[in-house]
Design a protein around this ligand. Structure first.
Ligand code: NAD
Ligand code: UGA
Length: 431
C-alpha cells in the first residue's frame, strides 16, 4: 500500500509536542507546530532547541526544516487532517484539579478557524476524564471527531518511546475516522488499543498513578530495610524477578518528581472525589511522596549536624527531576534544597549536566551553581547525589579531596567498595 502523508498540526511544542512533531515528521507526515510562546517558535525556526532531551539533536537537525513553526492557530490548522493538542495541564493550586485553561484557550481558538479538511482533534495532553466531552461540546461540529490519544513517553527517552511505545491508546466514541490513526501510526509496529474516549483518558491517569504508587511502595520498603538492616536493592531484585510484579520502577530513592506524577496523582485524586470514589492509594502516594522529600532533607541535616564547622558547604550533584532531561518541575532535588536552605548554617553549590539554567529559574541566586564537578566536590563538607545521572557513577572519588569525606547517595548510584575513606550514606541499605 502506498504511504499516504497526513497533515498534522500539533498545538504545544514542549517536552511532548516537540519530540512528537519530530517523530511524525520522520515517519513522513507533514507537520506544523503551533505554540503561543513566540520566543520558542522563533528559536525553533532558527534551529535552536528550547529544551534538552536526550538524542534530540540529530533528529531535530534532520527534520526541523521540513516542519512549519508558527504562533498562529489560524494559519497552523488551515490544512490539518488531524489536530493534536499537547499543551500543559498543570495543577490548579487552588482546587488541586488539572488547570485546563491552556487547553480550552486552544480549543476555543481551534473552533473559530476549523475548516472542512480536519477530521480529528486528538488530545495528547493529560486531561481528566470527560474532558473530551467538554471539548466536543465546544467544537460542536458533527463532521469532526474528538478523540483521546494519551501520551506515555518518558522525558529523557522521548524519542525512544515515540518510535517504540509499549502501546498506543486511542479513545474514540465514533470509529469513522480511525483509518486516519492507522495511517498516522502505520510505520510504528506496535499494538494500538482502541477504547471509548473516557476509558482512554482514565488509562493515562491509572498508569501514572500505578507507577507513582509502585515507587512509593519501594521507598517505604527501603525505610523498613534501613531499620532491619536489609538491602533494598536485593529486595527489589528479588520481587522484580516475578513477572507479575516486573523489575521496572522499583528503584528506591528520594521520592518521585517531574511535571507528571505529582500533578497527575493530584488531579486523579480530585476527580475521584468528584465521582464519589475515595482513591486512597493515590492520596497516600501524594502525601507520602511529599513527606519523603522532607524526611530525606532531615536525614541529610542530621548527618550535617555531626560536622564540626560553623558554615557547612553542601555539594549537590543533580538538580533535574531525573537524568537525561533539563526539566526541574517538581524536582525532588530542588525541594530538598529548599528544605536545607531553611538552616542558616548551610551554603549550597550544585552541579547538573543540563539543568542549571532551569534550576536557576526556580532557585535564583539562593545557591551557587557550577559546571565543574570537581570544584563542587572539593569544596563540599557533604556531597549529596540527588539525580540519577549515569555519569556520576564514573566519578573517581579516590582522586578528589573534599574537606570532609561524606557522601549521601539518594539514588544508590555509587559502589561503596570504591569509596575507601568516605562515610557513605544511601537509601535502604547500610552505607
Ligand atoms: P510543556 O509545558 O513543556 O509544553 C506545553 C507547551 O504548550 C508550551 O510550549 C506552551 O507555550 C504551549 N501552549 C500553552 N497554551 C497554548 C495555546 N493556547 N496555544 C499554543 N500553545 C500553547 O508541557 P509538556 O511537558 O510537553 O506536557 C504537555 C502535556 O502532555 C501535559 O498535559 C502533560 O501532562 C502531558 N504529558 C507530558 C509528558 C512529559 O514527559 N512531559 C508525558 C506524557 C504526557
Ligand atoms: C512519567 C511516566 O514514566 C511516563 O510514562 C509518562 O508519559 C509521563 O510520566 C507523563 O505522563 O508525563 P517522566 O515523568 O518523564 O515519565 O519520568 P519517569 O521516568 O517516570 O520518572 C518520574 C520520577 O520517578 C523521577 O523523579 C524518577 O527519578 C522517579 N523514579 C522512577 C524513581 O524514584 N524510581 C524508579 O524506579 C523510577
Amino acid at each position: 500500500m502506498l504511504f499516504q502523508k497526513l497533515n498534522i498540526s500539533i498545538i504545544g511544542t514542549g517536552y511532548v509536542g516537540l519530540p512528537t512533531a519530530l517523530g511524525f515528521s520522520k515517519l513522513g507526515h507533514n507537520v506544523t507546530c503551533i505554540d503561543n510562546n513566540n520566543i520558542k517558535i522563533q528559536e525553533l525556526k532558527n534551529g535552536i532547541i528550547p529544551i534538552y532531551e536526550k538524542d534530540i539533536n540529530t533528529l531535530f537537525f534532520k527534520e526541523y526544516k521540513k516542519i512549519t513553526f508558527t504562533t498562529s492557530i489560524k494559519d497552523g490548522i488551515s490544512n490539518a487532517d488531524i489536530i493534536i493538542i499537547a499543551v500543559g495541564t498543570p495543577t490548579n493550586k487552588k482546587t488541586n484539579e488539572a488547570d485546563l485553561s491552556y487547553l480550552f484557550n486552544a480549543v476555543n481558538e481551534i473552533k473559530i478557524y476549523l475548516n472542512k479538511r480536519t477530521k480529528l482533534i486528538a488530545t495528547k495532553s493529560t486531561v481528566p476524564v470527560k474532558t473530551g466531552d467538554e471539548i466536543e461540546k465546544i467544537i460542536n461540529n458533527s463532521n469532526i471527531d474528538i478523540i483521546s490519544m494519551p501520551e506515555f513517553l518518558r522525558e529523557g527517552f522521548a524519542l525512544e518511546d515515540f518510535f517504540n511505545p509499549d502501546r498506543i491508546v486511542i479513545g474514540a466514541n465514533n470509529k469513522r475516522y480511525l483509518y486516519l490513526i492507522k495511517k498516522l501510526y502505520r510505520k510504528i509496529k506496535r499494538p494500538i488499543i482502541y477504547t471509548d474516549r473516557t476509558s482512554a483518558e482514565l488509562i493515562k491517569y491509572t498508569a501514572n498513578a500505578f507507577l507513582a504508587i509502585k515507587i512509593n511502595y519501594i521507598n517505604e520498603i527501603a525505610d523498613l530495610c534501613e531499620n532491619i538492616n536489609a538491602n533494598i536493592d536485593d529486595v527489589a531484585k528479588g520481587i522484580g524477578a516475578d513477572s507479575r510484579i516486573g523489575n521496572k520502577f522499583l528503584k528506591a530513592g528520594i521520592g518521585y518528581g517531574g511535571s507528571c506524577f505529582p500533578k497527575d496523582t493530584q488531579a486523579m485524586a480530585t476527580f475521584g472525589n468528584k465521582y464519589n470514589v475515595n482513591l486512597t492509594l493515590v492520596k497516600d502516594a501524594i502525601i507520602n511522596n511529599k513527606k519523603r522529600q522532607k524526611n530525606i532533607a532531615n536525614k541529610i541535616y542530621n548527618i550535617i549536624s555531626q560536622i564540626n564547622e560553623k558554615q557547612i558547604n553542601v555539594g549537590i550533584l543533580g538538580l533535574a527531576f531525573k537524568n537525561n532531561t533539563d526539566d526541574c518541575r517538581e524536582s525532588p532535588s530542588i525541594n530538598i534544597i529548599k528544605s536545607l536552605l531553611k538552616h542558616k548554617n548551610i551554603n549550597i553549590i550544585a552541579h547538573d549536566y543540563k539543568a542549571i539554567n532551569t534550576a536557576k529559574q526556580i532557585l535564583n541566586n539562593k545557591i551557587s551553581y557550577s559546571n565543574n564537578i570537581e570544584d563542587v566536590i572539593n569544596n563540599a563538607d557533604i556531597i549529596c547525589i540527588l539525580t540519577e545521572w549515569e555519569e556520576y557513577k564514573k566519578i573517581d572519588f579516590s582522586l578528589l579531596y573534599p574537606r570532609h569525606k561524606i557522601i549521601f547517595d539518594g539514588k544508590n548510584l555509587l559502589d561503596k567498595n570504591k569509596l575507601k575513606g568516605y562515610q557513605y550514606y544511601c537509601i535502604g541499605k547500610r552505607g
